[in-house]
Design a binder for this molecule. Structure first.
Ligand code: ADP
Ligand code: MG
Length: 731
């Protein structure tokens, strides 16, 4: 007997013929080869246009049209030397993915002469036909078309697909009335807000600081499966995860995959996508196996936030594309397989000054230590005050399968800072009445500097169960989902940090005005913030039931599902926050809220449909086939004159299978009913909740339980879906 699965399994060895990758090139020679860096630009631009590009890259200065034309010409000259024929504005609409619309350099003059041309206007602004991107009613409200506009802070690059080469211009995507329709615009605004607020606070410590850059180093987790096998798994292809599948006899219990040897096929794939990434200036640094079988991770050297976000978006594209050459499928979903670890994307975040100081690195002098402490405590306060928003920023249908499950950070937002810094904060907090004085040099020193080795030690063993952990010189936001665009969570984090720093400055200034010494005033507000936000600090096991109880006692929110957690975006508090920092107006927030709810509804809806289809057209028919085999067998035994004892087991299996079939069919029928009811609901929020609770909550696990039981009972040669053991153990 053969079906899609058995054929696919047979073909695995053919698929796995490893793809040749020329990996002998040194990374340093190919790095940035396909990027119009400032260094490259220097060779193609006049002094004047180079300076203008430089100013807009670092200083956010606007580029005028005439200068734009010079730069466009330089870019075109460079790109054409590399065989580029087309250009595109590359942007990140609210799908969280990237989008592009290619135009040729080729055009016809009025007299019909064919020429190659790239005008400044085409570099600076474009109008993609964007009517089919999610806009949450924004475009309808304003009757406005969207346009893309060049973001010079992220350099243009050349995307090679097959033999085609396209010049990609990173852009923002906004409506004509100014509402942002993408993820980059609010991110850039949040970066500006944080820069301003952080520089103001830095001024207490060092007058030379005039710019603060947020930095991000993401760690991308992903699964790899054989592409041929995946074609026999419609659920993987349509939803990115397996909606059925029994855990294999061997899963991750031996813990032998983590840092184990990388399978050769995967290794070839990694080297291939790494090469492409290096050419595009993505500074990948580490690659290793993750905890679960078939799970891997890669991470770059950290970069300025906006660039790091672009690079992650680009990397997810590259990985997906390159995998195809290797007959592999990359799964970026947060939870492709039940019962084994899911995937996250840790966002390592910090702030660095134009004087070269990492604001979250403990300093070497009392002064820099105090600066560290100020930024450190402000971060804690920000996350404490806006915990709901932080939670909302990582909410998605995929991440719901991961958060709060027994292997990922919980849906409760807490912060891990390690024993050493806990002691430091305790010391500061205990100082009676904010009574810091001159004798407090020692206090200001806090011996952090001397204890750096201890601090690092403390953090190498850091608590992996925390959603937000301090790891020596940066915070690691660990609850972000693997498929997420980092811009969402980073926009929130930078905005709440900006807001908190502004309040901090106000409070410190007020105390100074009352005649207090600057350092003392700063310490007093730090102390106040510690008292106000310490309930969010947690050093224990985030996965334990005790923590849930303890967190409830502390009054920390524990919002388990996406539809409800998204409320935080439209609260009065959020509206004020985003308005004050010029990130989103109320309308943009409502639009985004709606888009996120809609995305959630659609994802759950698709999963529900896939479950219905697979059970009806694959799983139940396979079960019936096996029942017929059993029936034939029983008949034969009977005909041979054997007693009923000889087919007792067969009868038992037969009836057990019937029970599962019945449970699945009724489950699916009820699930469809629930879906119909949910579809009649008008409010996006209520509809999403109905999908979450009445469709997914009531039926997904129940249907799956019976289907997975069948997988264990039915003849392996009939079972239609590639099994976990086949998908997860790549050779
Ligand atoms: P791990 O978390 O796996 O132990 P590391 O601590 O070495 O790994 O770093 C993880 C990520 O954190 C890397 O991408 C690294 O570049 C990034 N990182 C290190 N320092 C900073 C910083 N100051 N700002 C942002 N990211 C940083
Ligand atoms: Mg990490």
């Amino acid at each position: 007997m053969s079906n899609l699965r058995t054929t696919a399994v047979k073909n695995i060895s053919r698929n796995s013929i490893s793809y040749e990758v020329n990996a002998s090139e040194k990374v340093s020679t190919i790095f940035n080869e396909n990027v119009f860096t400032l260094k490259t630009a220097r060779h193609y631009l006049s002094d004047e246009s180079y300076k203008s590009l430089q100013a807009s890259t670092f200083g956010g200065k606007k580029i005028d049209r005439s200068m734009g034309s010079n730069i466009a010409n330089g870019m075109k000259a460079w790109a054409e030397e590399k065989g580029v024929t087309h250009f595109t504005h590359w942007f990140q609409p609210l799908t969280g993915l990237s989008a592009e619309k290619h135009d040729s350099f080729f055009t016809l003059k009025g007299d019909g002469t064919p020429i190659q041309e790239f005008e400044g206007a085409a570099l600076i602004q474009q109008e993609p036909d964007a009517s089919s991107f999610p806009s949450g009613g924004l475009r309808a409200t304003f009757e406005a078309r969207g346009y893309t506009a060049w973001d010079p802070s992220s350099p243009a690059f050349i995307m090679e697909i097959g033999h085609g080469k396209t010049l990609c211009i990173p852009t923002i995507f906004v409506s004509y009335t100014g509402e942002s329709l993408d993820t980059k615009t609010p991110l850039l605004k949040a970066i500006v807000a944080l820069d301003k607020a952080a520089v103001d606070v830095c001024q207490y410590f060092d007058k030379n600081i005039s710019k603060v850059n947020a930095t991000l180093g993401w760690e991308q987790e992903y699964f790899i499966v054989d592409a041929g096998l995946a074609t026999a798994r419609p659920d993987l292809l349509l939803t990115g995860r397996t909606v059925f599948g029994h855990a294999p006899a061997k899963g991750q219990q031996l813990e032998d995959h983590y840092f184990g040897a990388i399978p050769e096929r995967v290794y070839a794939f990694m080297r291939d996508f790494e090469q492409e990434s290096y050419r595009l200036g993505i500074p990948l640094r580490t690659r290793h196996n993750e905890v679960a079988p078939a799970q891997f991770e890669c991470a770059p050297i950290y970069e300025e936030l906006n660039l790091a976000v672009d690079h992650n978006t680009l990397l997810m594209d590259i990985m997906t594309r390159v995998a195809k050459r290797h007959n592999l499928l990359v799964l970026l979903h947060e939870k492709p397989f039940a019962g084994i670890n899911g995937s996250g994307k840790h966002n390592n975040w910090s702030m660095s000054t134009d004087t070269g100081v990492n604001l979250l690195a403990p300093g070497k002098t009392p002064k820099t230590n105090l600066m560290f402490l100020a930024f450190f405590v402000n971060t804690i306060k920000a996350v404490h005050d806006y915990a709901e928003l932080i939670r909302a920023s990582i909410a998605s249908a995929g991440n719901d399968y991961r958060l709060g499950a027994n292997e990922a950070p919980p849906a409760i937002i807490s912060i891990f800072i390690g024993k050493y810094l806990t002691d430091v904060l305790n010391q500061v907090e205990k100082r009676v009445g904010g009574n810091f004085d001159e004798t407090d040099e020692a206090m200001l020193k806090l011996d952090i500097h001397k204890s750096i080795p201890e601090l690092m030690l403390d953090n190498t063993d850091r608590n992996r169960t925390s959603p937000f952990a301090f790891t020596g010189n940066k915070f690691e936001f660990r609850a972000v989902g693997s498929s997420a665009n980092c811009a969402g969570p980073m926009t929130v984090l930078n905005t709440i940090m900006a807001e908190t720093l502004k309040s901090f400055k106000k409070e410190v200034d007020a105390i100074i005005e009352n005649g207090e010494k600057k350092e003392v005033a700063i310490m007093q507000v730090i102390q106040k913030y510690i008292v106000e936000s310490k309930k969010i600090l947690f050093e224990g096991d985030g996965y334990s039931d005790e923590w849930e109880k303890e967190a409830a006692k502390r009054g920390l929110p524990n919002i388990k599902t996406t539809p409800v957690s998204l409320d935080a975006y439209t609260s009065e508090k959020a509206k004020t926050l985003f308005k004050n920092n010029n990130i989103y107006n109320a309308l943009e927030l409502d639009a985004r809220h709606e888009i996120m709810l809609e995305a959630y509804i659609k994802k759950v809806q698709i999963e529900a449909r896939v479950m219905g289809d697979l059970t009806t057209t694959l799983i139940i028919p396979a079960a019936l086939k096996y029942q017929n085999i059993l029936i034939e067998n029983i008949k034969g035994l009977k005909d041979a004159g054997l007693s009923s004892e000889s087919y007792e087991i067969q009868l038992a299996i037969l009836s057990k299978i019937s029970e599962h079939i019945k449970a699945i069919s009724t489950g699916v029928a009820f699930m469809i009913e629930s879906r119909k009811k949910a579809n009649e609901i008008n409010s996006h929020r209520e509809k999403a909740i109905a999908y979450c609770e009445d469709v997914k909550g009531k039926y997904f696990d129940e249907i799956r339980r019976h289907a997975d039981k069948l997988e264990l009972m039915i003849d392996d040669s009939i079972w239609p879906l590639p099994k976990y053991r086949e998908l997860l153990f790549l050779r």
